[in-house]
Every structure is written in structure tokens, then in C-alpha cells.
Design a protein around this ligand. Structure first.
Ligand SMILES: NC(=O)c1ccc[n+]([C@@H]2O[C@H](COP(=O)([O-])OP(=O)(O)OC[C@H]3O[C@@H](n4cnc5c(N)ncnc54)[C@H](OP(=O)(O)O)[C@@H]3O)[C@@H](O)[C@H]2O)c1
Length: 278
């Protein structure tokens, strides 16, 4: 169900948008318009298809058009980081931006992916990551954000990836307790996070050897379409605690809403708009 703005826009309506390519599948308009409606804010949120290579120009257009917030998705996250006036400490470290906010006419790049996943794990799994041994499978943009947040919140993080050099690059950026690990480190992990796209297609294989799973582990897949990936089905069948990526999407949007409006995000209304119970 797509949630539309609940009132007609006026000359005073503040506009926020998501840019991406593709973008028509995005759940962000539902999440944000539900949040604005729940708090009765005169804001609206639209999806803008911005072709690859035009991300930096879209930032200039945001300035010209007076948009009050921007969500940034693939493939523009790095280009937007180079086009804004300032970066938050997290976005500067990661080199990628998923959100732009306006402060005194300056555009500030932020990254809310890691905190989005952390809030999802805290609220939906009632799990505190401090002191946990975490293995992240994959070493792309999402893995980078998640690894940094996990390390900053006291977890010990291993990065397992098919390409060793990408995993080493994540560790170089994140530092702290992070290290590159081999696949068998999954056996000793308390929390395992799939940050590869393996599981999006129906016949995708497991992202790692299923025999490494133990019965006291928690398993998170950043994928939310399908809701149950090969990994989550396998983990469910073994009675493990599992979580898909819809909660991460919800909570990263909640943090964006907080940055733009200064208000506490109405998480329940946002969750309801995408069929999630929290
Ligand atoms: N829930 C959310 O809000 C949310 C947010 C962001 C991303 N995500 C999901 O997270 C996943 C990763 O996104 P991303 O932006 O980080 O992607 P990305 O930058 O393209 O990175 C993908 C990673 O997966 C690995 N990989 C790709 N195909 C593989 C395969 N066939 N076998 C083994 N490893 C493979 C890549 O390994 P190499 O380094 O060897 O290429 C790379 O490390 C996607 O499924 C995305 O939809 C979810």
C-alpha cells in the first residue's frame, strides 16, 4: 500500500525526496508520508528518478528548488558525498551518504544505514551488540556502514567476503575491533549479518556454508524482498533467532526524519505503512 500525503500541498509545504536509479519500487515515500501525516506536519515526500551520473547535479537542484531533505539510494551514495557542503563524522568516514539535511543554507551529508540496523536489532530482537562477536558477510557499502556502527557500539566485528581486498578495505576504514576473517569464523559468532545480495533471487545459494550455524546464534539478513531469504529459511528451520532488512529500512528512515524535522520519528505509523509490526 503506497501512503500518499494526507493533504493538498500549499506554498508553505516543505518537500523532501528520494533520488535513485531505479526508484519506482522505493518504500521511502510510504514511510515518510506516513510519518508526516502521523504528526500533522506540512511536509510531503516524493520519489525522483535520477539517472546514474546525475547524483551531484541533483544535489545542486535540491539547493535551487529548496527541498528540505533528501534520501539517497543506489547508485548515487558516493557522488552525493562529494557534492554536499559538509559531511557528518560517520558519512566522512564511510565516504557514502544516504541522507542530506539543510542547516543554515548548507547541505550536510549523513549516513543513517548503520544506526538503522542497530535500532532494528535492539527493538525487534531485543539484542544489545556490546561485547558480541559479530561476523558480517559481504564488504560493500552496506557492510561498511553496519561494521562501523557495530564497532562504535562495542561489538567485535569480523568481515568475511569472497574478495579479500574488499574486506581489507572495510577494516581499514572502520578500524577498532574489526578484522578480516575466514568463513569458519561464523561458527564462533553470536550474531551473523548477511550484507551480500545472495538471497534476493529465489534459487540463490546460502551466502556461507550452513553447517557453520549453531543453535544459539542470531541471524540478520539485510535483504527484505523476499521477506525470507534462503539464509533466513535455513536459520528458521534450525530454530535460530532471525531478522530481515525491513526493520533496518524503517529505522534508517526514522533517523532521517529526525534529522530533517528535529522530531521523534513516529515509528509505529511508519512501520504500519510498510506492513511491519514493531
Ligand atoms: N535493509 C536495508 O535498508 C538495506 C540497506 C542497504 C543495503 N541493503 C541490502 O544489502 C545488500 C548489500 O548491499 P550493498 O549496497 O552493500 O551492495 P554492494 O556494495 O554491491 O556490495 C555487495 C557485497 O556482496 C558481495 N557479493 C555480491 N554478489 C555475491 C555473490 N554472488 N557471492 C558472494 N558475495 C557476493 C560483494 O562481494 P565482492 O566484494 O567480492 O564483489 C560485496 O562485498 C543488498 O542486498 C542490499 O539490498 C539493505
Amino acid at each position: 500500500m503506497l501512503v500518499l500525503p494526507d493533504k493538498m500541498p500549499s506554498p508553505y509545504t516543505r518537500v523532501a525526496a528520494v533520488i535513485g536509479d531505479p526508484v519506482s519500487h522505493s518504500l521511502s515515500p510510504s514511510l515518510h508520508n506516513a510519518a508526516f501525516a502521523a504528526l500533522g506536519l506540512d511536509w510531503m515526500y516524493v520519489a525522483c528518478h535520477v539517472p546514474e551520473g546525475q547524483g551531484a547535479k541533483a544535489v545542486q537542484d535540491m539547493r535551487t528548488l529548496g527541498f528540505k531533505g533528501l534520501s539517497v539510494t543506489m547508485p548515487h551514495k558516493a557522488a552525493v558525498a562529494s557534492a554536499v557542503d559538509n559531511l557528518s563524522a560517520t558519512a566522512a568516514k564511510l565516504g557514502v551518504v544516504n541522507c542530506v539535511r539543510v542547516e543554515d543554507d548548507r547541505l550536510i551529508g549523513e549516513n543513517t544505514d548503520g544506526i538503522g540496523l542497530l535500532n532494528s536489532i535492539r527493538t525487534q530482537m531485543a539484542l544489545d551488540v556490546e561485547g558480541l562477536r559479530v561476523v558480517i558477510v559481504g564488504a560493500g557499502g552496506a557492510a561498511r556502514s553496519v561494521a562501523l556502527t557495530m564497532v562504535e557500539n562495542g561489538a567485535t566485528v569480523g568481515i568475511y567476503n569472497r574478495t579479500h581486498s574488499s574486506a581489507a578495505q572495510v577494516v581499514e576504514i572502520v578500524g577498532g575491533t574489526s578484522s578480516v576473517v575466514q568463513q569458519n569464523a561464523i561458527r564462533d559468532a553470536e550474531l551473523i549479518i548477511n550484507a551480500t545480495p545472495l538471497g534476493m533471487a529465489p534459487n540463490d545459494p546460502m551466502p556461507f556454508d550452513a553447517d557453520l550455524l549453531r543453535d544459539d546464534q542470531s541471524i540478520v539478513d539485510l535483504i527484505y524482498e523476499p521477506a525470507k531469504t534462503t539464509l533466513l529459511k535455513e536459520a528458521d528451520s534450525r530454530g535460530l533467532r532471525t531478522l530481515n532488512g525491513l526493520g533496518m529500512l524503517l529505522h534508517q528512515a526514522g533517523e532521517q526524519f529526525r534529522l530533517w524535522t528535529g522530531q521523534q520519528p513516529p515509528i509505529e505509523a511508519m512501520a504500519e505503512s510498510v506492513g511491519l509490526t514493531v
